[in-house]
Design a protein around this ligand. Structure first.
Ligand code: NI
Length: 164
């Protein structure tokens, strides 16, 4: 296992649309293990492959004790979005920035595990927010895209100060 480097906003590679995984092999297993290690080391509660510059539809989530286990999703698709909920979010690719965004309150997601077994699960609360956030990464989007232009510019300014 290895900790991978996390890309930071406004890195253009974060805007890549991830490709569908077609091979369920050792390489995929290593990627999932590395993503968990990278997420826990950060520490964070979710990580999409896009964030470590691997453009495949793979993501890991661990929202802690209230939800049953660390989860990984291969080729995730949302099959239900219901209600709205506002929650403060952060992102390992946008360090130090926390902003309230609006998302669906209850979701259903269909995905495969690393061995190619399909599953579907329902989620709400923090887990639902986290899954929606990570799926957006796979589409090349970030939670800050939902904010006003003024806020987005201010965030980029803040981040550029951190990086110099
Ligand atoms: Ni994120």
């Amino acid at each position: 296992m290895a900790i991978r480097d996390i890309l930071h906003h406004p890195d253009e590679r974060l805007r890549t649309r991830a490709k569908t995984v077609s091979k369920y092999d050792d390489k995929l297993e290593t990627l999932v293990a590395d993503m968990f290690e990278t997420m826990y080391a950060a520490p964070g509660i979710g990580l999409a492959a896009t964030q470590i510059d691997v453009h495949l539809r793979v993501m890991v989530v661990d929202c802690g004790k209230q939800d049953p286990y660390p989860l990984h999703f291969i080729n995730p698709e949302l099959t239900l979005l219901e209600g709205t909920e506002e929650m403060e979010e952060g992102c390992l690719s946008v360090p130090g920035i926390f902003e309230t965004v609006s998302r669906a309150e209850t979701i259903k997601v269909r995905a495969f595990d690393q061995y190619g077994i399909q599953f579907e699960m329902e989620a709400d609360g923090l887990l639902a927010v986290c899954i929606q956030h990570e799926i957006e990464h796979l589409e090349g989007k970030l939670f800050v895209d939902k904010l006003s232009n003024f806020k987005q510019k201010r965030i980029i300014k803040k981040l550029s100060k951190l990086n110099t």
